[in-house]
Write a protein that binds this ligand. Structure first.
Ligand code: AMP
Ligand code: ZN
Length: 475
């Protein structure tokens, strides 16, 4: 089964043919660490992780780089607004460096909680400033011009600028505010000179004056340094298809004296949207992974919710969707918990090998994780199957799904919301008492315990089809 992926450059599904035999080199645009990541951002990393897992499953040696943007990203993706890091520093009273460290750590915690595998390398933008200056110097004469505010890339000097954005270009261009002296609206800063009389916390000397790199430069530089041009796949959220990635491509073309984009395939995840408006950091209020945990949801329920949708479809966030994904996760984990212990054994049963083949087909078809999940469930519940073979097949599939379905148990899935006034252990103890009371036919005592628990927000779930005993109400 050959792997086929949707390439945003051609807007087509294409067979994956690696640049280097047996290897897959992937670069993922990472977070700007001036604040927590919202759950929409985390969808981008669940997607990149799933892509990496599928590449490994298909037998490619994976070299994955995710960058950390700790400098240069303005409050708009184009050349306007303040530097996000500097702005956060100014409003918090901390240094930009402290802020970057704090939010990078928070991001890494979320990465771990979502069982996102460690990439080969986290590349930190500020570690590459000398390399960025060298890159910019190498293209400056032919492709750039200097204005008072910095060094600008002339987008008319490369072939077919913006072909990645296509229809979106008009919308993209209208978002770019005119900078005095820019030759074309799409031209962008690759070096931003600090205005006279100002100092920035993050600034470096350069041939174009003291200042800081433009945001788009870092990804070109780090992807070239760590993966080499051309590499296989570049990923990011779909908003990057309009400005950031077309600009990276322009820089790569200039650097390589070529019409090629620097990566063979550009892949973009669609957005997680929230009609309640909780997905915009600039609006101030946004949902973090921690906010889901605070409500009693396991982080992997969020991962499952992402995998239930295709990465190229918009996914609407709602608490109901998340709750449904959590229920599905519980159902799977409880069924897996009931499996007898056994050494994993290479599947020979025809039914299992057929399911594994269908699973392979699904993920090879531009990462159809929604379908892949159903094959996992089929093998999980298939009647009369040798346990060793079942375990082997499930473990193989979970390597791709990354849901830790054979490791989780009902205790770890039980997360008390922050508002809870009673611990899981206390609830279990009260429920054990209630069970005794019912065995002794003391229904008055049993009802009293139930009411007391209800008063503390604990709903006792007698007769729950999943066999779940209780849940905490969240308002
Ligand atoms: P940022 O930290 O703003 O640079 O964004 C990090 C990543 O999240 C980028 O790949 C964005 O394209 C992606 N992203 C931003 N918002 C969303 C969203 N609502 N849903 C999915 N991905 C998003
Ligand atoms: Zn980038």
């Amino acid at each position: 089964m050959s792997l086929r992926l949707f390439n945003s450059l051609t807007r087509q599904i294409e067979p994956f043919a690696p640049v280097h035999e047996g290897e897959a080199r992937v670069y993922t645009c990472g977070p700007t660490v001036y604040n927590y990541q919202h759950i929409g951002n985390m969808r981008a990393y669940v997607f990149a992780d799933t892509l990496g897992r599928v590449l490994s499953f298909k037998g490619f040696r994976l070299s994955h780089v995710i960058n950390i943007t700790d400098v240069g990203h303005l409050t708009s993706d184009a050349d306007e607004g303040a530097d996000k890091m500097e702005k956060a520093a100014a409003t918090s009273g901390k240094t930009a460096w402290d802020i970057a460290k704090f939010y990078t750590d928070a991001y890494w915690r979320d990465i771990e909680r979502l069982n996102i595998r460690q990439p080969m390398r986290w590349s930190i933008a500020t570690d590459y400033v000398p390399a960025m200056i060298a890159f910019a110097e190498s293209i400056a004469d032919e492709h750039c011009y200097q204005l008072e505010s910095g060094l600008y890339f002339d987008t008319s000097t490369v072939p077919d600028y913006g072909r990645l954005a296509r229809a979106a270009t008009d919308a993209g261009e209208s978002r770019i505010e005119a900078v005095e002296g820019k030759r074309h609206p799409t031209d962008f800063a690759i070096w931003r000179t600090t205005p006279p009389g100002e100092t920035r916390q993050m600034e470096w000397d350069s041939p174009w004056g003291r200042g800081a790199p433009g945001w788009h430069l870092e990804c070109s530089v780090m992807s070239e340094a760590l993966l080499g041009f051309p590499f296989d796949i570049h990923t990011g959220g779909i908003d990057h298809r309009e400005i950031h990635h077309p600009n990276e491509i322009a820089q790569n073309q200039a650097r390589c004296h070529s019409a090629d984009s620097g990566a063979r395939i550009w892949m973009h995840n669609n957005f997680l949207i929230d009609r309640g408006g909780k997905m915009s950091k600039s609006a101030g209020e946004f949902l973090t992974l921690q906010a889901l945990v605070d409500r009693g949801f396991h982080p992997l329920a969020y991962r499952l919710m992402c995998l239930q949708a295709h990465y190229r479809s918009e996914l609407e966030f709602s608490w109901e969707n998340l709750a449904a994904a959590f229920t599905r996760l519980k159902r799977i984990v409880m069924a897996a918990e009931r499996l007898p212990a056994a050494e994993a054994a290479e599947p020979t049963d025809r039914r299992v090998t057929a399911e594994l083949a269908s699973f392979d087909e699904a993920v090879s078809d531009d990462l159809n994780t929604a379908k892949a999940l159903t094959h996992f469930e089929t093998v999980l519940t298939m009647k009369g199957l040798d346990t060793g073979q079942r375990r082997h097949a499930l473990a193989t599939m979970d390597q791709v799904l990354g849901l830790r379905l054979l490791e989780l148990d009902r205790v770890t899935l039980r997360i008390a919301p922050v508002t809870a006034t009673i611990s899981a252990e206390e609830i279990d103890a009260r429920l054990a008492e209630r069970k005794q009371a019912r065995t002794a036919k003391d229904f008055a005592a049993s009802d009293r315990i139930r009411d007391e628990l209800a008063a503390m927000g604990v709903e006792v779930m007698d007769g729950d089809p999943l066999g779940w005993e209780w849940k905490l109400k969240v308002d």
